[in-house]
Design a binder for this molecule. Structure first.
Ligand SMILES: [Zn+2]
Length: 160
């Protein structure tokens, strides 16, 4: 139902796995490292990336003009989330190619399980940022509205 998805596109913007190979400019990782891959794709060098606003990276989305026409502005490219957001194949696949491999992925420290870190790819930082933006303080009571799409699914399904 997302605009500009096409038949055969690979979904999945919440990914983690093991590094099997890397490009010549990747310095942070080696084969065998476990990584969590954020769903935003950031170059690490543009004005927004240098400000720490990587979801606004203005160089990673080759189809930014398409996104501007639909949404008024373009975020960074996103894994597995339509052609207007880059057309980058997502993580529901055996392998995932990660552009700007030294920028986004986070190396998973030894001793942490996959289940403990998977949600660092999207859900946890998204919720954390929402809590920061809402200026939630200890002891506050909050209500969360959602579109209900995931409301009746068991938690396990959120990691797909
Ligand atoms: Zn950037």
């Amino acid at each position: 139902m997302t605009p500009t998805m096409e038949s055969g596109d690979i979904l999945g913007h919440e990914a983690m796995g093991g590094v099997v190979d890397f490009g010549k400019d990747v310095r942070k990782f080696k084969a065998g490292d476990r990584v969590v891959v954020p769903f935003t794709i950031a170059c690490g060098a543009c004005r927004f990336c240098k400000m720490g606003l990587t979801s606004l990276c203005d160089t990673s989305n080759p189809n930014a003009e398409m996104a501007r026409k639909v949404m008024g502005q373009s975020p960074s490219a996103l894994f597995g989330y339509s052609h207007m957001l880059g057309g980058v194949p997502g993580g529901q696949a055996q392998y995932l190619r990660v552009p700007y491999g030294d920028v986004g992925p986070i190396k998973v420290p030894d001793g942490l399980t996959d289940k403990q870190v998977l949600f660092l790819s999207d859900i946890f930082p998204t919720g954390y940022m929402a809590a920061e933006n809402a200026q939630i303080q200890p002891g506050d009571t909050v209500a969360v509205w959602d579109v209900g799409r995931w409301a009746n699914l068991p938690l396990k399904a959120h990691g797909c």
